[in-house]
Design a protein around this ligand. Structure first.
Ligand code: CTP
Length: 398
């Protein structure tokens, strides 16, 4: 199951904050995502969590001492720095951030950071007053200017019991920052893309809606994959159970009409539109003001056709549609390419194994404006997304 971290060498730097325990979860999720994770702990971090805990999760040696003669790395800081695809320091304490800003190298982690040339993410975690301190803010600004990706901190309950800014971001958010950092200078850098996702919900009355089985996973994967190649992403999302991805603009909508308005607004400055959303073709003609009572044996709801968002969104941008079909896949999808004036369509047979609603994989057939057919194998939705962006990258108008 290939994703953005598959096969990557990641150095996880852990410094002394109570949020260290969350770094174990991060390590675990990175390993599950197929990454090689080497942990370097500051002395302070070892007071909160043992090196053994990280070693047990990553199945790799944990570096804690610059002068450890038994290490499998000959000169650790240089060896780890050289092989890393990305380094994340999580949690990053105020002291570690200050050392990084100064370029100090007095322990294995800071030495590795000074020796590294790969992308760097730091996830601050500290008390709110320490975060607000002018020195901390100045140090973070220095690091940001140097190209370091600063992930958070978040706002919420702090270890002190107070509410405020200073929380370590949650693992899924940190994973988003890591894959963004690795790809931010990619082939979509400088491009703006609009992606729609999820299934619209059309109200019948204050309680009920007409919707569909779309999970939103394909659209969210497309948005994340574009972000991870450097694009500015606007994700227009109909209701899903998915958390907002980091480092993009997420516009939440419910109905086809709201989605149409949002898409129309954001494509004005976009280089591409990818409509992965399952948009309702019909909506109740009128929404009942009060809950409909079950007085009658039969209930007929008059439906009105919705506007076709993709068809009406015309302009100087690359236009990609999806075709969810249960029969005559290629034939129906080809008709949509010309009917909606598309540059590309991703057709998927919703009855095929591994391609159903809610699945993490998809088997799609890509059809271009010339109607040439490219059948892709069963891939993760993230991989399918990258195949679509590969095609879009060759279709930009300027
Ligand atoms: N689409 C849209 N606006 C709509 C309906 C669909 O923008 N009101 C977009 C979808 O997001 C998708 C493409 O059009 O990218 C094809 O959607 P699909 O549901 O497969 O086809 P329809 O055009 O709705 O035709 P049909 O339901 O008859 O197959």
């Amino acid at each position: 199951m290939a994703g953005p971290l598959t096969g990557k060498h990641i150095v996880l730097g852990v410094t002394g904050s109570i949020a260290c325990y969350k770094a174990l979860d991060l390590a675990s999720k990175m390993v599950q995502a197929g990454a090689w994770v080497d942990t370097i702990m500051s002395y302070g971090a070892t007071q909160f969590v043992t090196p053994l805990a990280f070693r047990s999760i990553t199945h790799r040696a944990v570096v804690t001492d610059t002068f450890d003669a038994d290490s499998e790395y000959s000169v650790e800081h240089v060896a780890l720095a050289q092989q890393a695809d990305v380094i994340i320091v999580a949690p990053a304490t105020v002291h570690c951030i200050a050392k990084m800003a100064l370029g100090l190298a007095d322990d294995p982690l800071t030495t590795t950071l000074v020796a590294a040339k790969c992308p760097l993410v730091i996830a601050p975690a500290m008390d709110g007053n320490m975060y607000d301190h002018p020195a901390t803010q100045a140090n973070l600004a220095t690091l940001r200017d140097r190209g370091v990706v600063i992930a958070g901190p978040g706002t919420g309950r702090l270890a002190s019991g107070l509410m405020g800014v200073g929380r370590l971001l949650e693992t899924p958010e940190l994973l988003g920052y890591i894959s963004y950092a690795m790809g931010k200078d990619g082939d979509l850098a400088g491009r703006t893309v609009v992606v729609s996702a999820g299934g619209t919900a059309e109200p019948i009355d204050p309680v009920r809606v007409i919707t569909n089985h779309s999970s939103g996973k394909m659209g969210y994967a497309l948005a994340e994959a574009a972000r991870d190649r450097g694009a500015n992403v606007v994700l227009v999302a109909a209701p899903t159970n998915l958390a907002d991805p980091v480092l993009m603009k997420v516009v939440h909508v419910r109905t086809a009409k709201q989605m149409g308005e949002a898409v129309k607004e954001y494509v004005k400055t976009a280089d591409a539109l990818v409509m992965a959303a399952a948009v309702a073709d019909y909506r109740p003609l009128e929404e009942a003001g009060q809950k409909i009572k079950k007085d009658d044996d039969e209930l007929n709801i008059a439906l009105a056709k919705t506007d076709d968002i993709l068809k009406s969104a015309q302009g100087n941008f690359v236009r990609v549609g999806f075709a969810a079909e249960s029969q005559n896949l290629v034939e129906n999808a080809k008709a949509k390419v010309s009917g909606k004036n598309l540059d590309l369509i991703a057709a998927n047979d919703i009855t095929a194994e591994g391609s159903g609603f809610g699945s993490d994989t998809n088997k799609v057939t890509l059809i271009g404006r010339d109607l040439a057919v490219e059948e892709l194998p069963l891939l993760t939705k993230y991989e399918v997304s990258n195949r679509i962006w590969d095609r879009v990258a060759g279709l930009f108008r300027d």
